[in-house]
Design a binder for this molecule. Structure first.
Ligand SMILES: [Zn+2]
Length: 183
C-alpha cells in the first residue's frame, strides 16, 4: 500500500501499489493527485540509476583504455616510419658510395686501356718505321721509330701513373670513410 497526503485538502490517503506513479482523484475533495512511487518502484528506480552510473563509469574507463591504445599505436607507427626513413637514407648513401666507386673504377680502367693502346700503337708504328728504314737503308726512319717508341712509352707511363694515383686515392678515401663509420 502507498500512503500519502492529498496535495489539495491534506487528508491522509491510502492507495494500491498498482497506482504507483499514476494519477488518482482525492475521495474527499475530488481533485487529482500524482500518486508517489511505491517502495518497490522507488528501489527499482534507485537500482536503475546505480546501474546507469556504473555503466557510465565503465564506458569512461573503456574510452581511456581505447585512447591509450590508440596513442601507443600512433607512437609505434611513428617509430616504424622513423626507422624506415633511417634505413632508406642509409641504403641511398650506400648506393651512392657504390656508384661513386664504380665511376672511379671505370675511369681507372679507361686510363689503363688508353695507356695500353698508346703503347701498342706506338710500338707498332716504331716497328713499321724500323722495317721501312732498313729497306730504304735510311737512318731517319730508325730515329723516327725511336722517337715514336719513346713517346708512346712516356705517354703510357703517365697514364698508368695517373691510374694508380686515382686507385690509391680511392682506397685512402674509402679507408677514411670506414674509419668515420666506426667512430
Ligand atoms: Zn483532497
Amino acid at each position: 500500500m502507498i500512503t500519502y497526503k492529498c496535495a489539495h485538502c491534506g487528508v491522509e490517503l491510502e492507495t494500491e501499489d498498482s497506482l504507483s506513479g499514476k494519477h488518482e482523484a482525492c475521495p474527499e475533495c475530488k481533485k487529482v493527485n500524482s500518486v508517489p512511487l511505491s517502495k518497490f518502484d522507488l528501489a527499482k528506480q534507485k537500482h536503475a540509476e546505480k546501474a546507469k552510473q556504473l555503466a557510465e563509469q565503465a564506458k569512461q574507463k573503456d574510452l581511456a583504455a581505447t585512447a591509450r591504445l590508440a596513442e601507443e599505436r600512433l607512437r609505434a607507427h611513428e617509430e616504424m616510419l622513423a626507422n624506415e626513413n633511417a634505413a632508406k637514407a642509409a641504403a641511398s648513401r650506400a648506393e651512392k658510395a657504390q656508384r661513386d666507386a664504380a665511376g672511379m673504377s671505370n675511369t681507372e680502367d679507361g686510363l689503363g686501356i688508353i695507356g695500353t693502346l698508346c703503347l701498342g700503337v706506338g710500338m707498332l708504328a716504331a716497328i713499321i718505321l724500323v722495317v721501312v728504314g732498313v729497306r730504304q737503308e735510311s737512318g731517319y726512319y730508325v730515329l723516327g721509330a725511336v722517337i715514336v717508341a719513346a713517346n708512346s712509352v712516356l705517354a703510357a707511363t703517365l697514364l698508368f701513373a695517373l691510374k694508380w694515383i686515382l686507385h690509391y686515392l680511392r682506397r685512402i678515401t674509402n679507408a677514411i670513410e670506414e674509419g668515420k663509420k666506426q667512430l
